[in-house]
Design a protein around this ligand. Structure first.
Ligand SMILES: NC(=O)c1ccc[n+]([C@@H]2O[C@H](COP(=O)([O-])OP(=O)(O)OC[C@H]3O[C@@H](n4cnc5c(N)ncnc54)[C@H](OP(=O)(O)O)[C@@H]3O)[C@@H](O)[C@H]2O)c1
Length: 218
């Protein structure tokens, strides 16, 4: 039995959800894949189990959020609020990691933060203060997480609940990355905006542009 948090990945049938699920399964986290449709969650969970040899549970999003100790939201910005609405009771007292980048296709290379300041603050306002909202993973490409290769980019972690933010930094480190707690949820605006900058660099020939924090003695 793992002593790590059973984690529900809401909208976990998509690209980022699969990548996080793979890395977290390998790190020992029990995973519940969430979806709007049980059959889709079961199909993707079976694929993951086959690929990793590890058991993956499948549930609709609300049941997954209720059954888990912690949840991660991995749906497009346009569906962030509709996915979270009604989940406040299931998530009460739990950490919810929001990965949402407020991209507005097709202009994904242009920063377009919402009127609330950023997607993570919008999620906190939707769920209320009883949910321990943490923002992370906006600057890591899903296909890198889905591969078995080492990943060089760092992860910025923001939360108004510092202990929750530090706990998510621990998760980030267990899956082979470096996580930096960088202050309140409002600071997620910087991480979310950086994604469009990384997209611009990839268009100019970078290969999987990412961010790396440096500390320099002078
Ligand atoms: N992809 C990346 O490289 C990457 C990197 C960093 C951050 N992110 C962020 O992570 C989030 C997920 O990205 P992704 O690329 O994984 O997205 P995605 O594959 O396009 O979609 C993820 C899941 O969202 C759910 N979904 C789709 N349409 C929906 C709708 N109308 N209503 C409710 N749920 C819907 C689907 O789950 P069900 O059909 O099973 O319900 C889908 O599998 C985004 O906010 C993105 O900005 C992505």
């Amino acid at each position: 039995m793992s002593n790590l948090e059973t984690t529900a990945i809401l909208g976990g049938t998509g690209d980022l959800g699969e990548g996080l699920a793979r890395r977290m399964l390998k790190a020992g986290y029990p995973i519940i894949l969430g979806s709007r449709k049980l059959a889709k969650a079961e199909k993707e969970a079976a694929k993951l189990t086959k690929a990793t040899g590890l058991k993956v549970e499948a549930m609709v999003n609300a049941d997954a959020a209720a059954a888990a100790d912690m949840a991660i939201l991995t749906v497009p910005f346009a569906h962030q609020l509709s996915t979270l609405e009604g989940l406040e009771d299931c998530l009460k007292g739990k950490i919810l990691v929001d990965t949402t980048v407020p991209l507005r296709p097709p202009r994904v290379g242009r920063v377009a933060l919402p009127s609330e300041g950023c997607a993570a603050v919008r999620a906190q306002q939707c769920l209320g203060s009883k949910v321990r909202l943490v923002s992370a993973f906006q600057n890591i490409a899903a296909h890198l997480l889905r591969s078995d290769d080492p990943i060089q980019g760092d992860v910025l972690v923001c939360s108004d609940d510092k202990a929750a933010g530090k706990q998510v930094c621990g998760l980030v480190e267990r899956i082979g990355l470096i996580g930096w707690y960088v202050g309140p949820l409002a600071n997620s605006a910087a991480a979310e905006a950086l994604t469009s900058i990384l997209i611009q660099l990839n268009r100019q020939g970078f290969s999987n542009a990412g961010i790396k924090m440096i500390s320099q003695q002078v």
